[in-house]
Design a protein around this ligand. Structure first.
Ligand code: ADP
Ligand code: MG
Length: 721
């Protein structure tokens, strides 16, 4: 209370005398900072926390060609960090300037930066440590009978180097880190201790530098928390550091590109498979042997995992990327935690596709025992003389193609879509960023056969879907690019050099049906905020239907039909709930629906029709027919039908303008519904189809896909213009 009162007075005083508030202030005097202040500020940047000191020291040891590095830590690194190596050591005559700022043995001129193979180059790390801690160095060089020990403070030796007994290499002790930076020390002491971070750092280093043995332990502890031995096999190193459970679930990945126009790199690594389960992504990334972070790559990989694997497990990924030295700028971050790459986007994209390919093929063979899909020339692609080969099957690199055959292959790249040419509208869509992450995470699906039902009827239905699959259409669906909506029902898609019109209602209906079977008995649920009474919903649907009975008992009859259907569905509640996550509560209210595709909810206006269809059209006696019927009803309900309100950006606008007073709410509802649907088509339907749809052969002839143009032919026409 007292506090409140006083702050109020202060405010009032200020308000009472506005002149005081704007009184001109004398410009503060600019002065030169003292060298020691400058150095301490700079040091605080380089050595942000104990783990940054460990990283610098270990990198120095690696630069000194060590084959064994051991780290001892006390009090999370605040009390002591001690790094010992068996490297080439430091010459006696270099010791006086060892810890001065900008003294290094690794760089002499700026240009060296681009041909450098050492980790360090700034000559700042040791100096920085001496400004924020007490540093003692013991080192011996080859051929010497004894070593030297010397302590440093603020960049300078505290005394002449003392001769001492020493084993091969260098030992650096950093004590009382941040002793002179009270605030930093306090925040670090309060935060969880850095020891975990140090262990993590050394684990990462150990699996990459598998020609060096690493150990890390707490001071006084007998057992090391990281202990790696030199091994020629990377997988062995991963096994010894991260354990068998990680190593046994890894797959090797490799990509290399040698494009003379600039994108040249090699990547090799290991990625976790679908059996690996973890809550947090581990991406151990080395670029030209430097341990770095790259959030864009991390996100790109997470997206692929989320979109491809059944469980929401985060991946374990080790990757080592090598590029020509001149393509990497290592000098963009004070602790060299990040680097900047030439052609970063392309590199990330290529790695992402490789990871996706690897996962998808591993997943396909594992979950569906899918036979290798031989390309069968389909009616859709018959005009091509050279059959398109799926990258999924060939793993071949793309080759230069003539311009008239160039196609957009990145299905997630928005550029070139119809949207890009249209005036953006501010639709009220939550988080509708068309980023790849949203796209991919929106299609996270379960595909694990263990999770689908054991029921043979469901297995048979799934087998039926697989056996009807049209290979040419499958190829088209997997590799096509969504261009935009051509009208209310047809989307324009591009596949190789052809343009097709694809019926999104048919496609989505089929996809939802297939997904219902695949997720059978393992659905996530959509909880309805207002449970709705079944009988009323069914009645509503009946009223919509034109029964045309032509007598006044019409309503009575409808009520009776509604009643019967309600009773029927109530009888089936247990089954509907258990297998399809359709919940009808004890009061006869519909309270829960299944999630068929993540991030997609069906149009609730279609619930009445759905319930009526369940009641009327499902054959409940035979198990298989029953499941098929319910799945088909769900498929139809969840399909991406045109919204019930006319499309305000199409011909439907007449519907709104004809009304004398345009109802703004109605108009904006309609706009939202249409925009929402289009978003879902682009970001949920197409990405999901690419991954999961097995298009039935019937779709090749029933107008679901219609070829409208071929780029080569169009190109010939344009060429003449
Ligand atoms: P940088 O690594 O950028 O050169 P540092 O301050 O980390 O700068 O180290 C300064 C110099 O000290 C290095 O260039 C190297 O010559 C020497 N040095 C540091 N640590 C070691 C070590 N463990 N073994 C041998 N030489 C070392
Ligand atoms: Mg260094």
């Amino acid at each position: 209370m007292i506090d409140d009162g006083s702050s109020l007075t202060v405010e009032m005083e200020v308000e009472d005398s506005p002149a005081a508030a704007i009184a001109p202030r004398e410009p503060p005097k600019i002065q030169r900072l003292e060298e020691s202040v400058i150095n301490r500020i700079a040091a605080g940047e380089v050595i942000q926390r104990p783990v940054s000191a460990v990283k610098e020291l270990v990198e120095n040891s690696l630069d000194a060609d060590s084959s064994s590095i051991s780290v001892v830590v006390m009090d999370g690194g605040l009390k002591l960090i001690q790094v010992s190596d068996d490297g080439h050591g430091i010459r006696r005559e270099d010791l006086p300037i060892l810890c001065e700022r900008h003294t290094t043995s690794k760089l002499t001129k700026y240009e060296d930066l681009f041909s450098l193979s050492s980790m360090g180059f700034r000559g700042e790390a040791l100096a920085s440590m001496t400004y924020v801690a007490h540093v003692t160095v013991t080192s011996i060089t080859k051929g010497q009978i004894h070593g030297y020990r010397v302590s440093y403070r603020d960049g300078v030796m505290e005394h002449e180097p003392k001769a001492c007994a020493a084993v091969k290499g260098t030992q650096i002790m950093v004590e009382n880190l941040f002793y002179n930076m009270i605030a930093r020390r306090k925040t670090l002491q309060n935060s969880a201790d850095d020891y975990g971070k140090i262990v993590d750092l050394l684990s990462r280093m150990a699996i990459h530098h598998n020609n060096v043995s690493f150990s890390c332990r707490k001071h006084g502890a007998v057992k090391a928390d990281v202990h790696s031995v030199v091994s020629p096999s990377r997988l062995d190193s991963i096994r010894s550091v991260y354990g068998v459970s990680v190593a046994k679930n890894l797959m090797k990945v490799e990509v290399s590109s040698c494009d003379p126009s600039g994108c040249t790199f090699d990547m090799e690594g290991f990625i976790s498979n679908s059996n690996y389960v973890a809550k947090k992504t581990i991406l151990v990334l080395f670029i030209n042997d430097r341990l770095v972070e790259c959030s864009a790559l991390k996100r790109a990989i997470e997206i692929v995992y989320a979109a491809t694997l059944p469980k929401a497990s985060k991946p374990f990924v080790y990757m080592s990327i090598n590029l020509p030295r001149e393509h990497v700028d290592i000098n963009i971050h004070p602790t060299k935690k990040e680097v900047s790459l030439l052609n970063q986007e392309i590199i990330i994209e290529m790695i992402q596709s490789e990871v996706e390919l690897k996962l998808r093929s591993a997943n396909d063979t594992r979950t569906f025992q899918e036979q290798k899909v031989e390309y069968i020339q389909s009616t859709l692609t018959s005009s091509r003389s050279d059959p398109p080969v799926s990258p999924l099957l060939s793993g071949q690199k793309t080759q230069k193609v003539p311009v008239n055959k160039m196609v957009r292959t990145d299905s997630s790249d928005p550029a070139g879509r119809l949207h890009a040419f249209l005036q953006p509208k501010s639709h009220n869509l939550p988080d509708k960023v068309s980023s790849l992450s949203v796209v991919r995470s929106s299609v996270r699906q379960r595909r694990n056969p263990k999770e689908t039902a054991d029921l043979s009827s469901v297995q048979e239905l799934i087998a039926g879907v697989d056996s009807c699959c049209h290979p040419g259409l499958l190829e088209t669906v997997r590799n096509c690019t969504y261009v935009g909506m051509a009208d209310d029902v047809f989307a324009l898609v591009q596949y190789n050099t052809h343009l097709y019109l694809a019926n999104v209602v048919n496609l989505s209906k089929e996809l939802m049906y297939q997904q219902t079977l695949r997720r059978f008995a393992h659905f996530n649920a959509i909880q309805l905020s207002d449970p709705a009474p079944l009988s009323e919903l069914i009645l509503l649907a009946l009223k919509e239907e034109d029964l045309d009975l032509g007598n006044e008992n019409n309503d009575d009859l409808k009520e009776r039909i509604a009643e019967m259907n309600t009773d029927l569905l109530k009888e089936k509640t247990e089954m509907l709930d258990e297998y399809f996550s359709i919940n009808i509560d004890s009061n006869g209210n519909l309270s829960r629906l299944p999630v068929i595709l993540d991030q997609y909810t069906p149009d609730m206006d279609r619930v009445p029709e759905f319930l009526l269809c369940l009641g009327n059209d499902v054959e409940w006696e035979d198990e298989k027919t029953c499941f098929q019927g319910v799945s088909a009803a769900i498929g139809n309900f969840y399909a991406m039908h045109p919204p019930l309100l006319p499309n305000p950006s199409g011909d439907g606008i007449q519907f709104y303008t004809k009304r004398k007073n345009i109802d703004q709410d109605l108009l904006s509802d309609a706009e939202n519904a249409w925009a929402q649907r289009e978003w879902s088509i682009q970001h949920v339907l197409f990405p999901s189809m690419r991954l999961f749809l097995k298009p039935p052969a019937a779709m090749a002839s029933n107008g679901t896909f219609v070829k409208v143009a071929s780029l080569e032919k169009l190109y010939k026409i344009f060429e003449r213009c």
